[in-house]
Design a protein around this ligand. Structure first.
Ligand code: SAH
Ligand code: AVI
Length: 361
């Protein structure tokens, strides 16, 4: 944990927070709101390193966190409204059922949403909290996409002007130490974004959260469950072609970050269920032979017709696979909430030490 501390706009101290590279402020109806950006400078280095590594691997790949520039975040929001993309509406239906009970006991807590995206889901919880609880809560959206954090925060403050919001632009896979820790936290990791991490990454990510959870902290995670192949594949290859646009947008992100000259029309969108690994794989498949220059990292990469770039895995879970992952991360399942068809689950996990009554450090 970083031991840095900094002053907030209202003069308070945020303990444990290293210095962000930029602080954006915007004015909501009643006050100024801060968004702390910990990615500037780091993002440029990381994308250069990751793309160099990914495009020189025998199966070319690009990490899916690079989907999310401002356009990628918007496209993802549009995907969430698609009839084929069942995860969002299914998770929302579960959240509506549990929101009241979940928020009943909440006051003086931080709601930390990792990979927060749009504000649709947190709105349900904040609505259920009621105005008096809301005025003691602080919402902390954490996302790699600055536009998503700012727009979601602004939108929320228009609906709930009494809410305290602190936006954080950071990479949740390697910058969790920037989170404020002085108050109890409800961690939210919704949308089955956990499925976009590979098994090893998800275990170390959960372990990191588990090891740093204080006695009153809670952790809620959304999981997309295994279901028939046709339903899964339609969700990632919709008839309007929005998922294809989203997939190809990763090339635009690389073009602008690395001075590359990818032509998205040289690629086809490909999405299929890989049963062995229980995951949807998204790829971009070259439709001809060509070479791409990546000016700022001094590389030229050749593509042969038919070869693919693996752009995303979206793992699909079973109760057994979730319980196994939790136990590998020193967590155990405390509460389990599902829709009637069992298509999606929201799971509350607690550190094993709490269950075993082991004294906390
Ligand atoms: N939680 C929302 C959004 C899911 S989309 C929902 O349930 O609908 C995934 C979100 O995670 C995007 O907003 C994306 O920008 C963010 N994201 C992806 N990888 C990230 C990373 N490594 N660090 C921080 N945010 C990330
Ligand atoms: C953010 N994440 C959980 C989405 C998913 O379903 O894996 C991203 C996505 N990719 C294609 N469609 C949606």
């Amino acid at each position: 944990m970083s031991l840095g501390s900094r002053k907030t706009l209202d003069g308070g101290i945020l303990a444990n927070m290293s210095n962000p590279t930029t602080v954006n402020t915007f004015k909501s109806k009643y006050r100024l709101v801060e968004t702390l950006n910990y990615l500037e400078g780091k993002y440029e280095n990381d994308i250069a390193r990751d793309v160099r590594e990914g495009l020189t691997a025998s199966q070319k790949y690009i990490p899916c966190k690079y989907f999310y520039d401002a356009r990628g975040s918007k496209l993802f929001e549009d995907i969430c409204r698609l009839p084929e993309y069942y995860p969002t509406r299914t998770e929302i239906s579960i959240l509506r059922d549990i929101a009241h009970d979940l928020m009943e006991t909440f006051a003086h807590k931080d709601l930390v949403e990792l990979g927060s995206g749009a504000n649709w889901k947190i709105r349900i919880l904040l609505e259920a909290a009621g105005e008096s609880n809301r005025s003691t809560l602080r919402y902390i959206p954490v996302d790699i996409s600055e536009s998503a954090v700012i727009e979601a925060s602004q939108g929320l403050l228009e609906i709930f002007p009494e809410l305290d919001v602190l936006g954080i632009v950071a990479d949740f896979t390697c910058q969790l130490e920037v989170l404020p820790t002085e108050r109890s936290i409800l961690f939210l990791f919704l949308g089955s974004t956990i499925g976009n991490l590979c098994e090893r990454e998800s275990i170390s990510f959960l372990q990191n959260i588990s090891d740093n959870m204080k006695p009153d902290d809670r952790l809620l995670i959304g999981f997309d469950m295994v279901k028939p192949r046709e339903i899964l594949e339609a969700a990632y290859d919709d008839s309007q072609g929005l998922t294809s646009e989203f997939n190809k947008n990763i090339l635009n992100v690389i073009n602008s970050a690395l001075g590359a000259d990818f032509n998205p029309s040289h690629f086809e969108h490909l999405a299929f269920f890989n049963e062995e690994h229980s995951r949807i794989e998204m790829h971009l498949r070259a439709n001809c032979d060509f070479a791409v220059k990546l000016e700022s990292i001094g590389m030229e990469i050749e593509f042969k017709k038919g070869e693919t770039i693996h752009t995303e895995s979206s793992r699909k879970f079973t109760r057994a696979s979730i319980e196994k992952m939790a136990s590998q991360a020193r967590l155990s399942v405390e509460n389990w909430y599902s829709d009637p068809d069992g298509w999606f689950s929201i799971v509350e996990m607690i550190p094993d030490r709490r269950r075993n009554n082991t004294p906390l450090p």
